[in-house]
Design a protein around this ligand. Sequence first.
Ligand code: HEM
Length: 392
Amino acid sequence: MSFTNYKEIRPWAKAIQAAVQTRKMPPWHADPHYGKFANDSRLKESEVAAIISWARNGAPEGDPKDLPALPKFAEGWQIGKPDAIFAIPEFTLGSNGQDEQQNFFVETNFKEDVWVEAVEIRPGNRKVVHHAHVWIESPRVAKSETPETPLPNKKRVSFTMREGTRVFAKPDAPVIDDGCNHPDGGMWPGAEPRELGSILGSFVPGKLPEEWPTGIARRIPAGSKIKFTIHYSKSTGKEEKDITSVGLRFAKKPPAQELRRIDLHNSAFRIPANADNHTVTACYTFTEDSDVLSYLAHMHYRGKSMRFEATYPDGKTETLLNIPQYDFEWQTKYLNSAPVRIPKGTRIKLTATFDNSPNNRYNPDPSKVIRWGDNTVDEMMDGWFEFVTPKR
Ligand code: HEM
C-alpha cells in the first residue's frame, strides 16, 4: 500500500493504529538500552499517542494546508547516476520451483585502484531475486570458496560440501558452538577479517543501498572481478529471466579514510532438533584502534537474537548492539550516530541464539538438526562490522 495522501491512508487507520501501538511499525529491532543509531526509526511516545487518538476519533482528514511536502522518491538508481554499472549475463531460471544459488563473475577491467562511495544492487527480476550479494574478488587475495575450520592443532579441514548449487556444512564436520573458547586462545572459524575478498554490498530484505559518510570510501583494487552471489527463489512456476546489476558511485578524490569491514561468523555450529534457545558465539580481537560505523546481523529463519559485545583492554564490557527479537525480513544495517571508538586489543563477542522449536512460526522443520548452509532453510551466523582505522 501507499501512504501518500488522505484517501490512500484512511482505510488503513485501524491497521496503522495497531502497527504503531505494537511497535511493529516503523520497523526497528535494536534494544533501545544500547547504542545510538542514526537510522533509529522509532516514533516518540507522543507521536504514537497522537496516531492512536487520531484513529480512535474517526481518523479525520485535518486541514490540508498543514500537510508537509511529500518526500522525493528517487526514480531508478537511489544512489544517483552510477559512474559504473556491472551486470550479470542474462540468466534463465527453469520452472521446477526450487530455490537456486548462483555465482556470476564480471570483470571490472579497472587498471588502477578505484574508490567507491556508494553501491546499489538492482535486482533484474524482483519476482525471483530473493537476495543478492556483490563481492570484490581482488587479485591480491586468493579466497577459498568454502570456509575452512581451523582445529586446535591448527590443522585446517575442509568444512563444507556442495550439492547442485547448495553449499552446506558436512554433516560430520567438527562442531563448535562456542566460537570464543579456542583452546589455543586463537580464533575459531571465520573470525579472521575477510577484507579484500569481502562483500561490497547486499540486496537483502529491509536494507538500503550502501552510502558511506563523506570522506570514507571502499577500495576496489585494480584487476578485481565483481562476484555476484544471487539467491533465486523460484515461486512463479514458469521460466524466468534475470539481469541483476550493481551500480557504483566513485569518490571524486581519494578518501580521507578507507572503509574496512569484518565479516565475523561462526560456521561450525550445530543446532539440535527442537532446541528453542541454542547459543552460538564468535569472537574477534581488533588489531588496531578503530572507529566502528555500523553493524549488520545475519541469520536465517531460526535466528532468534544477536548481541554484539565489546570487552575493552581494561576488562570493561559493553554491549554495542542487541537485537532481542531478530527478524529475517528486516536485515537492517545499524548505523552508529557517531563512530564508536574500539581500542586495539578490544575483543568483540557475537552471541546468537536460535529457535529450532515448533514455537518458532517461521521454522521450516523443527525435527531437523541444523548446521551452516547457504540455503534459507539452513542457517548462518554472521555479524558484519564496518569501520575505519584513523591512523592509516
Ligand atoms: C509511522 C510509520 C509507519 C506506519 C504507520 C506503517 C504502517 C504499516 C501498516 C499499517 C502495515 C500493515 C501491517 C499489517 O498488515 O498488519 C505496514 C506494513 C509494512 N510496512 Fe510499514 N509503516 C510505517 C513505516 C514503515 C517503514 C519506515 C518501512 C520501511 C523501511 C515500512 C515497511 C513496511 C513493510 C515492508 C510492510 C509489510 C511487511 C509485513 O507485512 O510484515 N513501514 N506498515
